[in-house]
Design a protein. Structure first.
Lengths: 370, 337
């Protein structure tokens, strides 16, 4: 009896594997796709060489004044000297040189506070990690200010640059977190007064554009104070950001509450837990898990919104760039370089944050999906 | 819990400040700092450098007042303000003095509860044309197309001027001054119009600045000057005379280099200004060497002008209207006596 012998496997046809196969299925699968692919390719060929040349090869990298870029024999590409000369302003604002370590220390501390839940042993998380997290904005602000710690006083007029964007966004979201949770609870409350107050707050801060809120904080608010009382502009802006963020996050949390099955509430009730025990021990952890993707998305939005502060004259990174462009020693048109740099910085940060957020989502994912 | 609330309270206290309302002069002296509202960026007038240091013609007014009141031009807290919030900041007491290229107009002076202490720069709307056009005067611009930044008074002034002179023009409007410049450079229009001080800044941004020229005509009045809150006449006098001291020092030939010599052995007028004779400082509630400090630390008006916007700066603006009255300009300080 003849034994069955399989023929040796043939290699797949050339046009279904490898780069050709990939192109065939992804770029040229239908006539329309083919046309679109070819036109995009043609566009890139048309645009890319000049762009890359402008960005890198003809660019001027070394120097400290714009004369380097306009001198005889200098490249006619981007003038990155503009960015490097202004780098300290872009990152730290006018924070005095000898005190820069404080900004760096605060940035590191912010990183540690965020990483604390991962680093600390489990039983320290709630007793050390969470309070540190919630107190960070106040301690950080006092540290940068310096008076309470006996360091040299640096007024908020000198704070600025990209570090200010980071601090403002972080400090706002940290405080908005518990505040918005309370608002969301209030909105679901049976007590009519609490409920209506929370609904009004949430709808007001969600319904009014953030630019209008900034204007209110910077232009109108000071008129309501008695004469002689002034509240620091940055503090006013910080409060506006917190309230704005709380409005949005409260709705995120409300969505989370609605996703929790009614059975969870009833089970907690039947165990005899009080309202706060039920909320904090049973409901809150599940709400956090469900809402995490939206919370992080909201945070990225807030982080980018901090650039709006330029319209009220706070020296965050975008305003610093525009200021640099009006300096009479840098008038020869460096807008493109400046804005590309700011865009790149924000893209890196936002991309990094979405990486972290998908990581957190995986970590929290104990879902019952199959 | 007590600890928590006290830390939060401390955090809030960092940003909250109360000031007595005895008078701006006393407040400034007690604080040891002058709070001065400036523009967050206007070439030559108020600008930050790479080190975060402020300079400019408007900034020099802040420095002069600080030198007069506190004896040290560096004791200034600069508060960058946008055009919209500048008057509120003054009314609420956030700044003691506003020196932010603010045009002195009737409405602002009479209805906003503030006082203009004088004029430190006479600006006005002007024209920039390409040299190739061969135009020497704005009266030859009939039928020209003009690049204008949209939504500014510039547009209205332009319309008024051309109508008054029976000329026609085509407006090409742009959103920002950067786009306006690019429009001019690419030949979309024959003439670019804006405030004169801005024309010089725009001209630098051209690929070949020497290919364009600013015409001599000025078609609107834009007197820019420092502003204080109404109702504190002592403070108003200090700001006004600090500015006059800058102008008078130039008129009397006193500058930062020769001020020490002039103080000791100058003419009577110079000595009166610098405090060796008379009691000009005392009458303002300041020390006798108030004007000496201004000239020594900031310079006179001419020095300030040349350093920030004139020939010593990239802007290279001619003195024009902003020269002394005996030099063909209209700068005029009442005598110090």
């Amino acid at each position: 009896m003849r034994e069955f012998q399989a023929l040796p496997a043939q290699p797949a046809p050339v046009d279904t594997v490898g780069p050709i196969g990939w192109m065939k299925t992804n770029l040229f699968s239908t006539p329309i796709n083919a046309v679109v692919s070819i036109s995009i390719f043609a566009f890139l060929v048309y645009v890319l060489p000049d762009t890359i040349d402008w960005l890198f090869f003809s660019a001027n990298w070394v120097g400290s004044t714009q004369d380097v870029c306009s001198a005889e024999g200098a490249g006619d590409g981007a003038c990155w000297v503009f960015v490097s000369a202004w780098m300290q302003q872009f990152i730290y604002g006018s924070y005095p040189d000898p005190e820069l370590w404080r900004v760096n220390a605060a940035l590191v501390a912010l990183g540690l506070v965020i990483a604390a839940p991962y680093l600390l042993p489990k039983h320290f998380r709630n007793t050390v990690g969470v309070p540190l997290f919630l107190l960070f904005p106040f301690i950080g602000a006092a540290f940068l200010d310096g008076r309470i710690f006996g360091l040299e006083y640096v007024s908020t007029d000198f704070w600025g640059g990209f570090s200010l964007n980071i601090f403002l966004a972080a400090a706002s979201i940290i405080i908005a977190f518990p505040l918005s949770f309370l608002w969301a609870l209030g909105r679901r409350s049976d007590m009519p007064f609490v409920r209506s107050v929370c609904v009004i707050l949430i709808e007001f801060f969600r319904g009014v554009p953030v630019l209008a809120l900034f204007f209110m904080g910077s232009v109108m608010l000071p008129l309501f104070f008695p004469e002689g009382v002034t509240i620091d502009k940055l503090l006013r802006v910080w409060i506006v950001l917190i309230l704005f963020m709380s409005g949005y996050m409260a709705e995120v949390f409300r969505g989370g509450f609605q996703a929790i099955p009614q059975g969870q509430y009833e089970a907690a009730d039947s165990l005899g837990l009080s309202y706060w025990q039920k909320t904090l021990l049973i409901i809150f952890p599940q709400v956090i898990k469900v809402s995490m993707p939206n919370i992080l998305a909201t945070f990225v939005m807030l982080f980018k919104n901090t650039t709006f502060l330029l319209i009220i004259g706070i020296f965050e990174i975008l305003n610093t760039t525009q200021t640099a462009l009006t300096n009479s020693n840098w008038l020869e048109g460096h807008a493109a370089e400046g804005y590309i740099f700011v865009g790149l910085v924000f893209w890196c940060c936002c991309f990094g944050m979405s990486m972290i957020s998908s990581n957190i989502e995986k970590k929290l994912d104990t879902s019952h999906r199959s | 819990m007590l600890k928590l609330s006290s830390i939060i309270a401390a955090g809030l206290a960092v940003g909250l400040s109360f000031s007595a309302t005895a008078g701006t002069l006393e407040d400034v002296k007690k604080r040891g700092m002058l709070s001065c509202g400036v523009s967050s960026g206007l070439a030559g007038f108020s600008q930050k450098d790479e080190k975060g240091a402020w300079s400019g013609l408007d900034v020099d007014v802040c420095r002069a007042v600080a030198a007069a009141v506190l004896g040290d031009e560096s004791k200034v807290q600069y508060k960058p303000l946008t055009a919209k919030e500048r008057f509120t900041a003054l009314q609420s007491g956030e700044v003691d003095l506003l020196s932010r290229n603010t045009t002195w107009t009737h409405t602002r002076d009479t209805s906003l509860g503030l006082n203009f202490a004088g004029v430190n720069y006479y600006d006005g709307q002007g024209f920039m044309v390409s040299k190739k056009l061969g135009v020497k005067s704005a009266m030859e611009l009939d039928g020209a197309s003009a690049c204008i930044q949209a939504g500014t008074t510039t547009e209205l002034n332009m319309a008024d001027y051309f109508r008054a002179n029976g000329m026609k023009y085509t407006a090409v409007t742009f959103d920002t001054s950067d786009l306006t410049r690019q429009g001019f450079e690419s030949g979309r229009c024959d003439v670019l119009t804006s405030d004169q001080s801005q024309l010089y800044a725009i001209r630098i941004g051209l690929k070949d600045p020497s290919s364009a020229m600013v015409l001599p005509e000025v078609i609107s009045k834009e007197p820019l000057g420092p502003v204080v809150s109404q109702g504190d006449d002592a403070w108003f006098n200090i700001v006004r005379w600090s500015m006059f001291a800058l102008i008078e020092a130039e008129f009397l030939g006193v500058n930062s280099a020769n001020v020490d010599k002039m103080k000791a052995e100058g003419k009577p007028g110079q000595k009166r200004l610098l405090g060796t004779e008379g009691d000009a400082g005392e009458k303002l509630g300041l020390s006798a060497d108030w004007a000496y400090n201004i000239v020594k630390q900031v310079g006179n008006y001419g020095e300030s002008f040349e350093r920030n916007v004139g020939m010593g700066s990239p802007l290279k603006i001619a003195r024009g209207l902003n020269a002394q009255w005996n030099q063909g300009g209209i700068l005029y300080s009442p005598p110090v006596r």
